[in-house]
Write a protein of this length. Structure first.
Length: 474
């Protein structure tokens, strides 16, 4: 893609991590012109964010990559504690629950971040989009009508810009938006992707050893030959060289340095928790790590980032493609910043051993009750709740919801259903009584949350109008 002259697009996305790729996919399926740029020459090569929580699996399924995630990932291995080269016993790292009709995914799914990104990029290309690599943002200006971004390859004019460029976000710094937070743990950490010789270490367990110098873990990554190594340093600084990683493994485990046949990627960091003071500045939005930085404990960072994109994508689509008022975009920060703050606290408590990796880490309970787009209740659900899955004839409710549209669902009621003025944007569906919903009418947003609920359609038209949707008059 040539950018020598000023190019125009609907949305400029800076950063092709999981957040930026998910947003680009969502906009592409809505027909919203978007340009996704990445300053690196290729996708991020490491496994860093390897845990896909149940709610994020639902999001990825809606984006059309559920089968690929299922194929290339796997359940979290059972933890195995080691001491002095001896196995001390197994323990589960995460809450595991049997799938139900309402919650089809009962446990986290393990898949290295690089694979998640490859899957999303393949999906983006299926939808007609792509990533422009080797392209850095060097400056930006905005006015009442749009954003002019200076890229290393030329200027771009966009209606909106989304910063998905990580915890050291160039965009956030250019806007002067501060991050408020704390150091979760003063001890630095090293994370690396390694390969282990032959049968020197089994792939059935997540291997963990705690030494006086800090813990070390080796987690087999499903769908690959790799292990993710994570190590804490109570003294000194991590040596991220291949020789340093091998020496670390030999010093803290029963393995020999030579058992590490390859160090494929390595990095160091200090666990911290920080939240941007605001998620929006005019026509520029912060998403993912640019808006919130987590400890890796509990596997929340990538998941929260993808769900930022999922929340923002449909709102940009309604404004740019369906005539919704720009004020709809105010609800992105209003809904997502409180969620990010809550998840940051959860990650920090888990890192410090103050809370277990329980149901909260699965993010199925995340919702927007009392939020600016939540109105009414019916049956057993309140607006802002996640819309449960369930049987629907020879399909599932998630099959009905899948796609960029809204769904008006009538559950166990004979209430009159209004006819949408724009059927492609709002689909109407009736099902038998279902205990996960109770009885009533439920308007399910494109991101799978209930926006409006009631026993009949009174008040629905007024709710839909600001979303760029309408009902036919009788």
């Amino acid at each position: 893609m040539e950018l020598n002259n000023v190019k125009e697009t609907g949305v400029l996305i800076v950063g092709a991590g999981p957040c930026g790729l998910a947003l680009a996919c969502d906009l592409a399926r809505r027909g919203v012109p978007a340009l996704l740029v990445e300053q690196a020459p290729a996708l991020f090569p490491g496994s860093r964010g390897k845990g896909i929580q149940p709610r994020t699996r639902e999001v990825l399924d809606d984006l059309g990559v559920g089968d690929a995630v299922r194929e290339h990932g796997g359940p979290a291995p059972v933890g195995m504690a080691w001491r002095n080269g001896e196995r001390m016993g197994e323990h589960r790292m995460f809450r595991v629950a049997a799938p139900t009709d309402a919650e089809p995914y009962g446990e986290p799914w393990m898949m290295p971040q690089w694979r998640t990104q490859e899957i999303l990029l393949a999906r983006l290309r299926e939808l007609g989009g792509d990533v422009v690599f080797d392209t850095a943002l060097t400056g930006l200006d905005q006015d009442a009508d749009g954003v002019t971004a200076q890229l290393s390859t030329g200027p771009v004019r966009a209606s909106y810009l989304v910063a998905a460029d990580g915890g050291r976000s160039t965009v956030r710094r250019a806007l002067g938006i501060a991050m408020t937070g704390e150091t979760v743990d003063p001890a630095p950490m090293l994370v690396a992707d390694v390969r282990i010789a032959g049968d020197a270490l089994d792939r059935l367990n997540w291997h963990m050893t705690d030494t006086g110098s800090g813990f070390i873990t080796l987690c087999p990554l499903p769908g690959t030959e790799d292990f993710q190594l994570a190590a804490q340093f109570k003294e000194g600084e991590p040596d991220t060289s291949a020789e340093g990683v091998r020496a670390l493994v030999a010093a803290r485990t029963h393995l020999e340095a030579a058992d590490v046949t390859e160090v494929r990627w390595s990095s160091d960091f200090r666990p911290r928790a920080a939240l941007a003071d605001r998620f929006r500045e005019g026509r520029v939005f912060l998403a993912g790590d640019a808006a919130h930085v987590h400890s890796p404990a509990g596997g929340q960072g990538l998941n929260t980032s993808v769900q930022d994109a999922y929340n923002l994508g449909w709102k940009l689509g309604q404004v740019l493609g369906h005539g919704a008022p720009p004020a709809l975009l105010d609800t992105y920060e209003q809904e997502r910043r409180p969620v990010a703050a809550e998840v940051l606290g959860l990650s920090t408590r888990i890192h410090r051993g103050e809370q277990e990796r329980g149901a909260a880490t699965q993010q199925l309970g995340v919702g927007y009750r009392g939020g600016p787009l939540s109105s009414g209740r019916a049956g057993v659900l309140e607006s802002g709740d996640r819309a449960p899955d369930g049987p629907c004839g020879d399909r599932r409710l998630f099959d009905v919801y899948r796609g960029p549209h809204f769904t008006l669902l009538a559950v166990g009621t004979e209430a009159e259903l209004p006819e949408p003025a724009a059927p492609e944007g709002l689909r109407v569906h009736r099902v038998d009584a279902y205990e996960a919903y109770g009885k009533g009418l439920f308007l399910v947003r494109p991101d799978g949350y209930i926006g409006w609920a009631g026993e009949d359609a009174d008040g629905l038209a007024g709710y839909l109008a600001p979303l760029g949707l309408g009902l036919k008059r009788g």
